[in-house]
Ligand binder design. Sequence first.
Ligand code: ZN
Length: 89
Amino acid sequence: MEVLTESIHKKKLSSKHLMKITCPNCGNDRDFVEVADSVILTTHYVQNEDCSFTQDGDESQILGEIRFFCGECNADLTQHHQRFLEMLF
Ligand SMILES: [Zn+2]
């Protein structure tokens, strides 16, 4: 399963020309910060026979805006956020 997923990602990566997201302000292309407002964190747990709990899914919902910043100079790079999501594995 793990291997299959990886090969799909590799195919996707090689099929299009890639340009790094670079901060126009300071040239940083390495560190980025994603900030989400109004996040509801909902995590499901299953209680086991031995009374311990196992996490069973995470259904966190983001209600507010998601912003994307340069990790170096905090310039607003939200316009690149969609691209960031596409490249997030
Ligand atoms: Zn920057």
